[in-house]
Design a protein around this ligand. Structure first.
Ligand code: ZN
Length: 290
């Protein structure tokens, strides 16, 4: 008997949905989050969307931030509305009549890319997802490492520039403030990250420099983690990774410069993510399937 596992990814812009059968995506859908309509409306939309996918054996939901063990929101900075302290799992479990598994979106990305994406077959994997925010996850021996209170993997708040810009988390010089898509667009003087990439491809010096600088900061974080963790594969994804070689060339150069003599660089592959926008929903479905 084939089992069907539903994964939802609640993002700031869109809610993504996949259904997995034997770890293959057999259904996918997306609709706008419209978080400005408030928490209750978003939860209702998730429930309606989930039901429309038909009968499934498990349900997982990736959230863009932190939640507690009781399934209440702690910090979801990219969603509008008053989420802090609001139950998420309970109302969805009531609406769907079944258990709902919550997972952080960085963890979901890591689980998905490690299990069925760019790091399939590797046991020890470090994943970084660079968008507006930067998150990630660590897979050790094929299993996602959640850490105490599921808080492992917050690589976006890795200090890469002491006394750098103030971050939303209260620290200064976090990776996210130097290499998040918004930070890169600002540094390049462009209205959006996509415009930075387009300008850089046309040879715009300021945009090329902004991408190289961000890549160097991501490289510092990756080199530090790589030296300590020595994973088989490192997966870099998210909107920023869409810059392709404009990002990966300087990123690899920075890692070589910092880690070449210490980490077994020849044995560690640094690869772009493969699952694209599906990764969060796929990871949520995999986590719920167990
Ligand atoms: Zn921070």
């Amino acid at each position: 008997v084939t089992t069907r596992h539903l994964g939802l990814d609640l993002g700031g812009t869109n809610i993504k949905l996949v259904v997995l059968e034997d770890e293959q995506v057999v259904q996918r859908a997306s609709e706008p989050t419209r978080s400005e309509e408030g928490v209750a409306a978003v939860l209702e939309r998730l429930a309606v969307f989930a039901r429309a996918a038909g009968p499934v054996h498990s349900v997982g939901i990736a959230l863009p931030g932190l939640f507690d063990r009781d399934g209440r929101a702690v910090l979801l900075p990219n969603l509008r509305g008053d989420w802090v302290g609001r139950p998420i799992a309970a109302p969805l479990e009531d609406a769907l009549g079944r258990a709902v598994h919550l997972i952080n979106d960085g963890h979901a990305f890591a689980l998905a890319e490690a299990r069925v994406g760019a790091a399939r077959g590797a046991e020890d994997v470090l994943c970084i997802v660079c968008g507006t925010g930067i998150g990630g996850g660590l897979v050790i021996g094929g299993r996602l490492h959640l850490g105490v209170e599921d808080r492992a993997g917050e690589v976006g708040h890795h200090t890469v520039l002491p006394d750098g810009p103030l971050c939303g988390c209260g620290n200064t010089g976090c990776l996210e403030t130097m290499a998040g898509s918004r930070a890169i667009a600002e540094a390049a003087g462009q209205p959006s990250f996509d415009r930075v990439v387009a300008a850089a491809r046309r040879g715009d010096r300021r945009s090329v420099d902004a991408l190289e600088r961000a890549a160097a900061f991501i490289g510092i974080a990756v080199a530090n983690l790589m030296i300590f963790f020595a994973p088989e594969r490192i997966v870099v994804g998210g909107g920023v990774a869409a810059a392709g070689e404009l990002l990966f060339d300087p990123l690899r150069a920075e890692i070589r410069r910092r880690a070449e003599r210490v980490a077994p660089l020849a044995a560690i592959e640094i690869v772009p993510a493969r699952l694209g926008a599906d990764a969060g929903a796929v990871g949520a479905a995999l986590a719920a399937a167990g």
